[in-house]
Write a protein that binds this ligand. Structure first.
Ligand code: 87F
Length: 517
C-alpha cells in the first residue's frame, strides 16, 4: 500500500501533466510536484543549498542546528569511512571508543585551551526530574576524555607509538547560523589521537594524514583543496601547529576548512603527564598529534557540484552510480523493456557498479529523469523500444548532459569508462571554477577590491598575529571578517623585497585570505 507521501506524489503527477497547459508558473509546479528546485544556485545560494539538501540528503529536525542524515547522505559517509579506515589501518592506527561524557574535573584541567570554546560545551544537568549532583559535559572533542588514559597506558618506550582513532559524534552548541553538514550542533567525525617518542615521527604522520584528507576531497568528492599551514591565530590553540586542507565555494566567495591535522607538540603531555621511560632509563614526554574530518565534507561536496537541477554526486561516493529507466511507449513491448532494464542492472552490479532500476509504474519517465537528476545520480540509462530493437542503451551524463547510444555488448566497459570520465570531469570543472576565483594582491586596496568580488585572495604577508587581528578588525561587517585560510605548502616565488599587503613590513610568505565558513 502507498504511504501518505507516496499518495501525495501520485496526485502531484496528475498536476504536472496539466501544468503546461494551464500556464502555471514554475514555482507553483515545484510546490505541487516536488519536481525541480524553486531557486537557482546563482540567485539565492542559501535557499538553493537548503532545498538541495532536503532532497533526501537531510531532514530538518525540531532542534535547531540538528539534522537527520538520511540514507542518501549516510551512504556517502560510509564510503569515505571505508576508504579512510583502511588507510589508517595500514598506518597501524587502531580503532577504539571512548565515552560521550566528560567529567567537569578533566575538562577543567585543560582550562587554557578550552576557555575560548567553553560557551559551546553542552551539559547534562538532570536525570528525570532531579538535578545531577555533578553536571556532566558532552564531548565537543575528546582530548580530555582520552589523554588521562594515555597517561595510564604509556609507561615505557615500548608502549610507543600509541595510535588510536575513534568514529563518533561530537556536540558543539554553536550559536551562529546553523547550516546542514557545514555547521551543525552535533556531527559525525573520526578523531585520531597519536603519541610518539620523537617529534620527527609526529611531524611525518601529520602530513601522511593530511594527504589522506586531500585524497578524500580530490579523489572521492572531486573537490580541489589546498594543503597548508594555519596561522598562529587560526591554529588549534592547544597545539604546536595546525595543517589543513582548505576548499573554496565560488558562489559565496568563502573558504571552508576541510579537515585538520595537528601536531600538538608536548602541551597535552605536560598537562596530562603523559610520560614514559626512554631507552636510557630517563623520564621523557611524548609528542602528540590529533586529526579529524567530519560530515562537513558532504556539505562542501554538495555546494561545489550542485546545479539548478539539484545535486551532482561524484561516482566514487554515489550510492547509486547508474539508474536504469524504462521508456515504454503505448504499444511497445513493455515487458521486454523491463526485462532489459533488470538485465542491465544485473550486468552492471556483477561488474561492481552500483546500479538500480526504477520500474515504478506510477511515475512517467520524464518525472523519473528529473527526480534522479535532483538526487544527483551520475549516470542515467534509458531503455526504450528503439534501444531494444537495436540492442543498445542510451546513457545520459548528469555532469554535462551528454547523451550516447551504446551497444549492449560493451555495456560494462563503456559505463566504467563513463563513470571515470565523470569523476575526472567534475574535479576539473570544480578546479577551473576555483582557479578563476584566485586573485593575487599586493596592496590593501587590491585586497579590499578582491574581497568585495568574493575572490580567494593570495597575498604576501608578514606572518604577524597582530596584523591578522588588524585585518579582521578592518574587514568586520555583516558578512563576517576576512582572515587567513592557510599558507599553502606550495609557495609561489616571493621576490626579495616583497612587502606585506596589510602592514607594509617585509613579507615572509604567500597566504590565502578570505571570508570563511
Ligand atoms: C568546542 C568546544 C570545546 C574545537 C571545541 O581539530 C572544545 C573545542 O577543543 C575544541 N571546538 N576544539 C578544537 C578541536 C581540536 C582537535 N581535536 C581532535 C581537532 C582534531 C580532532
Amino acid at each position: 500500500m502507498a504511504g501518505p507521501s507516496e499518495k501525495k506524489e501520485k496526485v502531484a503527477k496528475v498536476k504536472v501533466a496539466t501544468a503546461g497547459t494551464s500556464g502555471k508558473k514554475k514555482k507553483d509546479v515545484k510546490k505541487e510536484t516536488g519536481l525541480g528546485l524553486s531557486v537557482k544556485k546563482d540567485e539565492n545560494f542559501g535557499e538553493w543549498y537548503s532545498e538541495v539538501c532536503k532532497h533526501e540528503m537531510i531532514e530538518y529536525y525540531d532542534i535547531s542546528g540538528c539534522y537527520i542524515l538520511r540514507p542518501w547522505s549516510m551512504a556517502i559517509w560510509e564510503i569515505m569511512h571505508t576508504f579512510f579506515d583502511a588507510e589508517i589501518k595500514k598506518m597501524k592506527v587502531k580503532n577504539c571508543y571512548f565515552p560521550l561524557f566528560v567529567s567537569p574535573g578533566v575538562l577543567e584541567k585543560e582550562k587554557d585551551h578550552i576557555e575560548g570554546f567553553a560557551p559551546e560545551v553542552a551539559w547534562v544537568t538532570k536525570s528525570g526530574k532531579s538535578d545531577l549532583e555533578v553536571p556532566i559535559a558532552i564531548r565537543p572533542t575528546s582530548e580530555t576524555v582520552m589523554y588521562p588514559y594515555y597517561s595510564k597506558w604509556i609507561r615505557g618506550h615500548r608502549d610507543l607509538p600509541l595510535k588510536l582513532n575513534q568514529w563518533c559524534n561530537v556536540v558543539r552548541w554553536e550559536f551562529s547560523n546553523p547550516t546542514p553538514f557545514i555547521r551543525s550542533r552535533e556531527f559525525l567525525w573520526q578523531e585520531g589521537h597519536t603519541a610518539f617518542a620523537t617529534k620527527e615521527e609526529a611531524d611525518e604522520e601529520v602530513l601522511q594524514i593530511l594527504e589522506l584528507y586531500r585524497r578524500i576531497y580530490e579523489e572521492y568528492l572531486a573537490v580541489p583543496v589546498v594543503k597548508g599551514m594555519k596561522s598562529e591565530n587560526e591554529k588549534f590553540a592547544g597545539g604546536l601547529y595546525t595543517t589543513s586542507v582548505e576548499a573554496f565555494i565560488p558562489n559565496t566567495g568563502r573558504g571552508v576548512q576541510g579537515a585538520t591535522s595537528h601536531c600538538l607538540g608536548q602541551n597535552f603531555a605536560k598537562m596530562f603527564e603523559i610520560n614514559y621511560e626512554n631507552e636510557k632509563g630517563e623520564t621523557a614526554m611524548v609528542w602528540q598529534n590529533s586529526w579529524a574530518y567530519s560530515t562537513r565534507t558532504i556539505g562542501v561536496m554538495i555546494m561545489t557540484h550542485g546545479d539548478d537541477k539539484g545535486l551532482i554526486l561524484p561516482p566514487k561516493v554515489a550510492s547509486v552510480q547508474v539508474v536504469v529507466i524504462p521508456v515504454p511507449y503505448k504499444d511497445a513491448n513493455t515487458q521486454g523493456i523491463f526485462d532489459a532494464c533488470v538485465a542491465t542492472v544485473s550486468a552492471l552490479s556483477e561488474a561492481g557498479i552500483r546500479a538500480e532500476e526504477d520500474l515504478r509504474d506510477n511515475y512517467s519517465p520524464g518525472w523519473k529523469y528529473s527526480n534522479w537528476e535532483m538526487k544527483g545520480v551520475p549516470l542515467r540509462i534509458e531503455i526504450g523500444p528503439r534501444d531494444l530493437e537495436n540492442d543498445q542503451v542510451r546513457t545520459v551524463r548528469r555532469d554535462n548532459g551528454v547523451k550516447e547510444d551504446i551497444p549492449r555488448g560493451s555495456l560494462v566497459e563503456h559505463v566504467k569508462e563513463l563513470l571515470e570520465k565523470i569523476q575526472q570531469n567534475m574535479y576539473e570543472v570544480a578546479k577551473q571554477k576555483r582557479e578563476a576565483c584566485v586573485q593575487e594582491v599586493k596592496t590593501w586596496d587590491e585586497f579590499i577590491e578582491a574581497l568585495n568580488k568574493k575572490k580567494l585572495i593570495l597575498a604576501p604577508w608578514c606572518d604577524e598575529e597582530e596584523v591578522e587581528r588588524d585585518v579582521k578588525a578592518r574587514t568586520k561587517g555583516e558578512t563576517g571578517a576576512a582572515k587567513t585560510l592557510c599558507s599553502p605548502f606550495e609557495q609561489p616565488e616571493l621576490p626579495e623585497g616583497t612587502l606585506c599587503f596589510a602592514s607594509g613590513k617585509p613579507a615572509k610568505k604567500w597566504t590565502y585570505w578570505g571570508r570563511s565558513y
